[in-house]
Design a protein around this ligand. Structure first.
Ligand SMILES: Nc1ncnc2c1ncn2[C@@H]1O[C@H](COP(=O)(O)OP(=O)(O)OP(=O)(O)O)[C@@H](O)[C@H]1O
Length: 417
């Protein structure tokens, strides 16, 4: 791993964008990932024979698969950070890249401090060796001398509650016993930074409690902790910050309560209107509406019937925005009654990234009376999936010739007896 000088840490608090990152928490950065991507080669079908495996290695017939895409993250000293996301979203891969176990395909990782990691079941253990030998092997890989390990050995074994098994070969351990020993070593090597994968879920409840207490102790000692978990409650209770991954993209970096809410919505366990995400968390944020006579013209809020009106919807598109979006605009009257609607053409628009405005031009306003607001819906034009909705408070007015009612309708009055 390269170690360029570390910049001030980030403590972002908003959906991640490639420019995300840099709100300073004041504490020095201990981990920095800049533009980190990781590509694997994915085979649609498992190799079923030795020959097939051999041919694959020669012929590179797999497809490239990006497990991480352009991740920018800075972790400040003393932060407890949760990594969350659906299965396969890239959490473990990110942890391994940060630990220096996997090399990123592109981008850079810099770490400042001693890292201890408990990454996946048995990682770093040699099944043919006894628990005792593995403790020595693991701890020395983490930088401890033999004398230091001699001093810590009993405490490690007691923490793991494996004294009766310590001279058995590790291949005969249960998965829970593996994890106990791995965690015991990791927390005894006095790390500045602790990286823990979901492995805690393997231990029994009592051991999980013990691990969580240890993590809490580390946290109070100002050490830096990153852990992967599917328990969103744990993130809300133990973390200062959450990173939410989705198909290799960092889609949120910030407050645990906001990140877990976003993830629950993404996983479908927390419904939002039409399955969309709140606009402030969305990869496409409708940020403003303006009213003017001509596109890009001076803002104007009062109109006469028959005049031209342009409703401009400003969108802030992150790098994670769908390529084609579809915009649906409802003009809302009093009592939230939709008066008319406007849409982008079938197939949507391809607005690129950054801030853009979409103009809806109404050449002749109908004969209306009243004040009107705008509600915007964004969906992914390729899939039809709702992305976000936003009801704006901004109003424009139309003053028709009528004195009451919404609409002027031609009529004749007659008398009959
Ligand atoms: N060595 C590898 N070779 C090919 N693909 C891999 C490799 N390691 C991981 N992947 C793929 O990369 C993607 C991300 O995997 P990763 O283990 O990081 O996800 P995760 O978020 O930790 O998932 P889970 O919650 O299921 O543990 C997955 O689609 C996985 O199949």
């Amino acid at each position: 791993m390269s170690s360029p000088p570390l910049a001030p840490p980030a403590q972002p608090d908003r959906p991640a964008t490639s420019a995300s990152a840099a709100q300073s928490s004041g504490s020095p950065t201990v981990i920095r990932a800049a533009g980190v991507s990781k590509k694997f080669v994915a085979y649609s079908k498992r190799a079923t024979s030795l020959k097939e495996r051999f041919v694959r290695r020669e012929g590179a017939s797999g497809e490239d698969f990006w497990a991480l895409r352009d991740i920018d993250v800075q972790i400040g000293r003393g932060q407890t950070v949760g990594l969350a996301g659906a299965n396969g979203s890239g959490k473990s891969t990110l942890l391994k890249v940060l630990a220096g176990i996997l090399r990123p395909t592109s981008g850079e990782v810099a770490v400042n401090g001693r890292i201890a990691s408990l990454l996946e079941l048995g990682a770093g253990f040699n099944g043919e060796l006894s628990g005792r030998d593995n403790v020595y092997l693991n701890a020395s890989l983490l930088g401890l001398s033999k004398r230091e390990i001699d001093r810590l050995f009993d405490s490690i074994v007691d923490f793991a509650e494996l004294r009766h098994k310590i001279d058995d070969e590790v291949k005969h351990y249960s998965s829970g016993q593996y994890v106990r020993l791995g965690f015991a070593v990791a927390v005894h090597v006095d790390p500045d930074i602790l990286l823990v994968d979901e492995v805690l879920a393997v231990g029994d409840e009592a051991f999980q409690r013990k691990c969580l207490d240890k993590i809490a102790q580390f946290r109070s000692e100002g050490r830096t902790i990153l852990f992967v978990t599917h328990s969103l409650d744990l993130i809300e209770n133990m973390c200062d910050r959450v990173l939410v991954l989705e198909t290799g993209n960092l889609i949120y970096d910030g407050q645990p309560a906001v990140g877990t809410k976003l993830l629950r919505q993404r996983l479908g366990s927390l419904p939002v209107e039409g399955g969309a995400v709140p606009y402030d968390l969305s990869p496409v944020k409708p940020t403003a509406v303006t009213f003017s006579r001509d596109p890009g013209g001076a803002p104007q809020v009062q109109y006469d019937p028959g005049e031209q009106l342009t409703v401009s919807v400003e969108l802030d598109l992150t790098d994670h925005a769908p390529q084609h979006v579809y915009l649906h605009v409802d003009i809302m009257g009093q009592g939230e009654v939709p008066i008319w609607m406007m849409e982008t053409p079938p197939g949507g628009i391809s607005p690129g990234s950054g801030i853009v405005a979409v103009d809806f031009v109404v050449p002749r306003l109908p004969e209306l009376l009243g004040a009107f607001a705008v509600s915007v819906r964004v969906s992914d034009a390729a899939t039809g999936q709702p992305v976000t909705v936003r009801r704006f408070e901004d109003l424009f007015g139309v003053s028709g010739p009528q004195v009451a009612g919404l609409l002027r309708v031609d009529y004749q009055a007659g008398l009959r007896r």
